[in-house]
Write a new protein. Structure first.
Length: 41
């Protein structure tokens, strides 16, 4: 909920988590990207 008091804090935590996950597991994110682009074709 963007109106929540801790929205910015939670958003920043999520971005840090996703960024670390991308760095740690690029094969997974490459698969996700390919799957999304194939789905959108």
């Amino acid at each position: 909920d963007q109106d929540a008091e801790d929205f910015e804090e939670k958003r920043n935590d999520m971005l840090k988590f996703v960024t670390k996950a991308y760095r740690d597991n690029r094969d997974f994110w490459t698969y996700v990207y390919k799957d999304l682009t194939d789905t959108l074709k």
